[in-house]
Design a protein around this ligand. Sequence first.
Ligand SMILES: [Mn+2]
Length: 443
Amino acid sequence: MRYNTAMNESTYKQRRDRLQVMMRDGVAVIGNARLQTRSNDTEYPYRPNSDFYYLTGFEEDNAILLLSKREGVFKTVLFVQKKVPEMELWTGERLGVEAAKRRFDVDEVFSSDAYREQLSTLLAEHTLVYFDLFSSDAVYTTLKEVTQEMLHTRAITISPRTFSDITKLTQEMRLIKSEAEVALIREALAITQKAHHHAMKVCEEGMLEYALQAEYEYVFKKEGAYSDAYTTIIAGGNNANTLHYIKNDQRLKEGDLVLVDAGAEYGYYASDITRTYPVNGTFSPAQKELYEIVLDVQLKIIAAIKPNGSKKALQALSERLLTEGMVKLGILEGSVKSLMDEKAHKQYYPHGIGHWMGIDVHDPCPYSDDNGEELLFAKGMVLTIEPGIYLPEDDDNVPEKYRGIGIRIEDDILVTTDGCENLSEGIAKSVAEVERMCQGYGH
Ligand SMILES: [Mn+2]
């Protein structure tokens, strides 16, 4: 796949160098993902392991990266699938060892077949092995077997006895995004914007949820995104009260809202956007009242994001503001303080205000340091902001007109030098904009 990206081999080389600086003396083993079986002999579309891709930009199955460090000397070895014309006839062209030597600025390239043999050589005299927990089982099994063999060989006196999780270091590196990474997120969002606006226009009563899902996937692919960043949630009416509803097999009903959580992936960078809109193009008064509460909270939270800010503080603020809103609408009764002390609001706002986003939609970057202290916002971090209110249809404590409504509004935010930028600002969000889009005037 070719993406419009400023990242190249020197970008990936710099990342590997940085990781080697962060490592203690030892060997890091990072395997790419393997193809996953869907059923019998069919497979899911391939998606590389995020850390492996972050460090190599390489998209081929069955590749492994070894990084070693000893007394300030770095060594990098890459294993790639060898070229086998009769296999490539079926599964497509492979880069092969010779071309990989030209493409990658690494010390050595071997065929993946040589992994076991080379691993014993590379592990010799090392006591520490870093392992990527998201490598394939095959990479791990071989590592385990080679290490066991070394332990059982009496002539070998020094062999790996300490195993450490390399994702601790890669996840720290992935927290701050470069301009080139943000550019890919922007491209993913430009495509996601087109998809949401198109879907708002074509959405109508009686449509199957997965048919609306198809409209999103159609625009993603047509506009150059190979894949979605995660399985799209299309939740009509009360289905929105199931937070990760992905069955998407019911019909959209007249008078209901539809909650859509959908984002394209571009160049392996995610976007993650939720919009909730009326199936018939116009919010009912009750839907509008609830929507305005969630939107008002979302805008206030985004406005509060700046360097040295805290996600925990945003969480607390979102819980207080949503509780105030639910009291105002008579969904919760009592003082805001006592309701929050009792966590009464959690029933209708049970999730977090947002999460890191990057190569993974839920980027697994740290939220706190080694002492458990929260990491504060810094320039280059990207996070989602996604408050919501979920009111099940069978909850008698909720005023009848609000029952069966679930609303979430989610944008993707970049922390900047002096505040933040809403990267998804162009996606219709106010009641007026959403209705205009749904009624087909936004195009
Ligand atoms: Mn999200």
